[in-house]
Design a protein. Sequence first.
Lengths: 337, 337
Amino acid sequence: MASKRATISDVASLAGVSIATASKALNGRQDVRAATRERVLAAAAELSFQPNALARGLISGQTRTVGLLTSDSVGRFGIPVLLGAEDAFGAGEMAVLLCDARGDAIREQHHVRALLSRRVDGLIVVGESTNPRPSVSKDLPIPVVYAYGPSEDPSDVSFVPDDVGAAAMAVNHLLAMGRRRIAHITGPTHYKATRDREAGLHQALEEAGVAQAGQTLTGPWSQRWGRHAAEMLLMAEPEIDAVFCGSDQIAAGFVETARERGRRVPDDIAVVGYDNWEVLSTETRPALTTVDMNLEVLGRTAAQHLFAAIDGKATPGVHKMPCQLVIRDSTSPPGIS
Amino acid sequence: MASKRATISDVASLAGVSIATASKALNGRQDVRAATRERVLAAAAELSFQPNALARGLISGQTRTVGLLTSDSVGRFGIPVLLGAEDAFGAGEMAVLLCDARGDAIREQHHVRALLSRRVDGLIVVGESTNPRPSVSKDLPIPVVYAYGPSEDPSDVSFVPDDVGAAAMAVNHLLAMGRRRIAHITGPTHYKATRDREAGLHQALEEAGVAQAGQTLTGPWSQRWGRHAAEMLLMAEPEIDAVFCGSDQIAAGFVETARERGRRVPDDIAVVGYDNWEVLSTETRPALTTVDMNLEVLGRTAAQHLFAAIDGKATPGVHKMPCQLVIRDSTSPPGIS
DNA sequence: CTCCTGGACTTAAAGGTTTTCGGAAACGTA
DNA sequence: TACGTTTCCGAAAACCTTTAAGTCCAGGAG
């Protein structure tokens, strides 16, 4: 459609100057008379000139592009991290090259090579869970930052949510609301998230000198499991006054069954979820108090840190990012709701 | 960390040949003796040579990169489309440059310019709703394909779900199950999706010579609205035996309230949702029969079409992609469930 | 008058790869 | 021996931009 794209030499000849002068004028550098600059700018506008980023990158060695390598395309957790990162980059003039390895190590290596070949300035690897994952490759010529799923190698840079702290915060909230018989329903134990959140629960209970009500119940991350666990729990420990759930899905299931069994939430039993998955947490009745991992902030922070690393200053290690407790009706004091 | 990256001239001198020969050997072209090729390949492997995609793109004019421009980062609908596209590209050697305009036209133009400057080979624009949107720009030197949200300009290429057909299919399913008093609860009328789905409903009812039960109820796309509408509907039209809902959220709300009001689903009232948002459609009781828009397929198709357009053969117009009815328990015949 | 200074502009190299074309060697034929 | 053909390889241009270095000129100082 559009005729051949204009190059800087087209602009230069239209303005009647040399290529070098055109370049200087366009980049706002010294040694160009104001009138000349005007002429060049006018010519560039007329030809709607766009500098070729490839040629520019070839010279400078900087492409102003980063790779974003994700393992779980469809994942609930990868997306916000990705958005946060894209946000941080978009503010400047960075671009994001998106790759999805679908959890396959071979494909991941393939993508890393492709990104290297495209001379990206850095790499963000976002995991599908907070379980540590193999380092993407030992000696890459570019900095790498891990988000959500940390690297196994402690000399890499990783950003993860502070699950332990968040769980403790959630449980402390329940304690502050006067609850003392707190049960725990959560996900599979092969998730580090599960173990971390349980650790946070125990830590908070221990500090307060309160015993956990019943055993921790582990199962899949599903609403169905929340309902099933609710039945078991209400049978085994009928006197509980609070439940800390490992996810909003589990919490939603618990709330539903508790209602059906005639337990009032929050009056009889307070419930805290995890993830702040809005379609669940705001639509249950009552709306769920829940932990928000601030994943967009995490992604943005990871991206900003990648900038720093590109500029030379990296701080290795696993950085724990604070989470936030979103307080809604499911933990209101009795009589308020 | 890693020493300076190897160039083809490093490979050539290590193999003891000229740059031209090295290039030919690496690209598997003629006019190279087998033994020479071996030597070059060995040298490349030893230096772990990666051809510089920038230099390559500069010459060929093809970057093997496409831009993916989305308006609603966080959107439920953009994501699967994006994944499908990424999938189609990843199969070849294409890379995806991701941009999020956050629904801002200015930012969108900015991103288009940046992508053009990076010399992408094509552009996919994914919309946040099926409402037609302004064409991204009149005369772009590269092909553009619109996915989910079509362009206002009929000479552009757009791929959208066939909402009319899908709604008709859903209603025909209800009719086939023997339902005759079918009501409709849906979203805001300023969504084309709402209007299309209602059109499909009417088309199917008319063909069958059946009248709609009550007025169409429109409100927000929320579970809350589903509950509210359910109360109104069960009051106004107590004899309905089926409801076609404009989204799974609305359907989930309806089902919940219907249960509470003592109506059995599906025995008394069959329910069909829309979107197949699994966290809702499979976790309601009973699980929802619902329309799956096959958005990943749509995204993949759009990407494949973009390939074709890059190679010169585009077929303008709005292409309606078929949807699929996922049948679950919420529409089983009475007595089966 | 010469020399110097500094501004405004141009020339040319560099960056890494692909590709065209020409060259050289080896071989067969007359 | 002279010539044509085939096979393999290398020199150099091209892609587009940035930048270091160089040219040219006017004007001021000595």
